[in-house]
Design a binder for this molecule. Sequence first.
Ligand code: NAD
Length: 339
Amino acid sequence: MKKVIVLGGGGFIGGHLAKRLKEDGNYVRVCDIKNHEYFNHEEICNEFILGDLTDPKTVALVIGEGYEEVYQLAADMGGAGYIFTGQNDANVMHNSALINLNVAKEAVAKGIKKVFYSSSACMYPENNQLDPNNPNCEESSAYPANPDSEYGWEKLFSERLYMAFNRNYKLDVKIARFHNIFGPKGTWKGGKEKAPAAMLRKAAETPNGGEFEVWGDGQQTRSFLYIDECVNAVLSLMQSKFAGPVNIGSEEMVTINQLAEMAIKISGKNITIKNIHGEEFFKTYGFKCPTGVRGRNSDNRLFREKLGWEVSKPLIEGMTETYEWIEQKVSNTSLAEVV
Ligand code: NAD
């Protein structure tokens, strides 16, 4: 039995990954600053440590002797409403950088065999993502660096941190740049949710004949990868000899309005989209519309070449499965409000 640690296992991707690692027969220790909202501890791990990984003493305790692998997914993050408004920049950079500084050092001290680090497509230069139809997210396009958010800069810094630990201390690191991962049992409300969960929640909440808001003009493009595919890709990267950094995402690019239309179609309702941006957005929310870059799509050529991996689930299928979960959450919430 292999002993592994999942940092940030109380979160969306970390929770699913820890669950899969446990199901695969590993001994799994999870650490997070919060409990998982939708999984019980027993479902995802053998040990759950509630702790703050910005504290080096906690990290020294969590990364114990005898563990072979560390999966580092803990980060101060959220959707566009959290990382692109500018209001959380200092915390995002400070907290996530501290976690990574602590983890890299402790992994060397404890002789951890492999460390997985979850970077993000947000580290790609803004100037390569201005054309919504032709964004460039090839791994080699990362430099000269020019991410459009402090969240992206921290990811780039931490990628370099882990690579430096690899060069100087022979720490075996695997780095993936995730592109919008979604699925059930993730954040679906409260301001930290991502676009797929936000659209599906709005579709579930809006009555037939109603309308819901979509931030921006809706023409910005993105791709979205279903959680199970992400977990498979992470595990195959960890088992390979390839270190990355490599994209883990889908190449099925859609506009945000197309994503909203898909959510509406799945709900079976007749709902109109209201795009809100510019001055109207500012007047309503008090900050600039946080839509991020104009275009972004995963480029999977490197992953395909090194690991032979292909995305197998079309976006509509993942969205439909996620809708079922979110719709249940929405009806439970409204029921609780009525009672
Ligand atoms: P998430 O917010 O659900 O998970 C992150 C977890 O880290 C949370 O449970 C949070 O409580 C925990 N955490 C934050 N600060 C902590 C601290 N000080 N100590 C201990 N735990 C702490 O996010 P996610 O979507 O599961 O993302 C996981 C990783 O993947 C993150 O590093 C994120 O930046 C990266 N990523 C995610 C996506 C995506 O689409 N979900 C895209 C790109 C990159």
